[in-house]
Design a protein around this ligand. Sequence first.
Ligand code: ZN
Length: 348
Amino acid sequence: MLGTIGLFALWLLAWGLSWPQRRVWLASVLWWLLVLVISAPALRAVMGLSPRPASEFRFWLIFGIVLAVVLGYRHWLLQLRHKAVAAAPVAPATARDGSFSEAERNRYARHIMLREIGGQGQQRLARAKVLVVGAGGLGSPVLLTLAGAGVGVIGVIDDDLVEASNLQRQFIHRDDSIGMAKVFSAEQAMKALNPFIEVRPYQRRLDELVAAALIADYDLVLDGTDNFETRLLVNRICAELGKPLISGAISQWEGQLSLYDPARGAPCFECLFPEKPAPGLVPNCAEAGVAAPLPAVIGAMMASEAVKEITGAGEGLRGRLMLHDALYAETRVIRVKPRADCPVCGRR
Ligand SMILES: [Zn+2]
């Protein structure tokens, strides 16, 4: 009787003092041992204490054994569950036959239910390899949107480091990524969003040395650099290799984008912009400034065109140039044609 009251008193004290669970168990076991020893008839006789009924000792012995079995079983179950969770893959890769796992079907469900995309379109996205040039203002929405949409392999090339002045609009990067290479910061954000895709970061400038070999490895290129020379180079290599190029540009409140594809009858970038601007004539974002939402708008349109191009949905911007003026909320689309005298794609 005293043993039972003592045990309840102990638990009440532990609850009042908010003891950690481990200490409560330890104190309970010590109390149980004490009660067991005191109620053992043989020990009582040795210590010269008055005899107690043997049933009391048996009760405490059986009580301890039953409790130990119950707690041991519970501990074993928890261990099993822990092992099962640890063994489960975080992101099981798409099966070799191209079919999606349950987790992927669930992730892409809103795409799969679209008539224009469906399961087949989502499979095309999973098999697609897209190269994104620049992980800045346009790169941020492009990379995150394509990662979320489930484009299987996304390459990103940029030689810049994240700076504080980027963060006003380049939302793929974070404040604690300042000083980090943009491609690795972008890779982290994309993998955090979608662990089912492969990201290939290239921390370097896209130049003559690597352009052809790199672009040859991809199906589609998206260019969002603010450097005219890189734009011309990307355009020339894409035209030579017959790769479609979605190129976007922004300045202050205005942006434009198109799908350049001379191999399929559309003009190339140089058909539309043949003259390399004199140094200082076309200022970049650092010189002219840019409204924070503008790259998000144009970049999202570029990603939208990429998803359509890969899945075959709708009508793309092949042979059409989209112009967006954010300040007056106006968007126009104009028809554009290849130029016969284009040094890149003319007389093909
Ligand atoms: Zn051309």
